[in-house]
Design a protein around this ligand. Sequence first.
Ligand code: NDP
Length: 263
Amino acid sequence: MQLFSIFGDPVSHSRSPLMHNAVFKHCNHPACYTRTHLLDGAKLKETFFSLGLSGANVTIPHKEAAFAACDEVRGFAKKVGVVNTLVEENGKLIGYNTDADGFMYAIREFQNVKKILVLGAGGTAKALVSRFLEEAIKVTVLNRSATRLAYFKTLDCDIYTWDDFTLANYDLVVNTTSAGLNSADLPAPKELIEQVLQNTHYVADAIYGKLTPFLERAKEKNIPYKNGADMLLGQGVLANALFVQNKLSKETIQNAMEKSFLL
Ligand code: NDP
């Protein structure tokens, strides 16, 4: 029996156990997926091996710590320095990132997206922005504080804090902050959010399981939007394929995983 887990702080809201266990049960794969509340990201590797895990997912605020903990990082995660999926391989910790492709899957119905405003500058923003740049999309990043913005400047993005923001037109605005996850907070001051929503065709939010205050405002304005559930499904399918070492097709995984969203 293999054991998998999700690490995060907070982690009690995570749907990952339901999603992955639905696949394991449907396919009679001998595995179980649980959740681990991890306060200190520096203890990630030691906790992973002491629990005897075969693989894991990582959520806020430990994705950058997960990158640092890996013996080897593969694919897109190497480019962005952010890991959301861990797999044990011959006693070593291998890291991947499946968030960005999961997001592209979620917004596939949105046409002609060439200019994106990203709200937030954390691990999710890093992954998504690098993926957008691969598609030659022009990216602006707006964050509450300045420190994390420096990285995005090196990628040639326009960067702003709330204090120096200059409005432009966007095709899509994406909330990658955790504002609204457990509060009524908007990802930026109300006046600024109102202006931004008046100047975009589409809106998306990485947060899942609820209509965030940000998406509530987009809905009021009849702006087409996606919440984080489709992104979550996409990253989950790709992570599960890594966990079962591609023994199941992605279509089989997706069909089983989608049923868990009805639970
Ligand atoms: P990080 O901790 O790496 O970054 C958090 C970001 O949010 C920072 O830019 C921070 O700004 C900003 N922030 C936090 N609180 C507030 C607030 N009250 N107002 C404005 N900005 C705020 O988090 P992650 O990037 O890992 O995750 C972000 C969100 O995305 C989480 O809610 C997570 O659940 C969700 N997510 C969803 C996924 C899905 O599949 N749907 C996948 C991955 C993540 P500052 O720099 O100033 O501190």
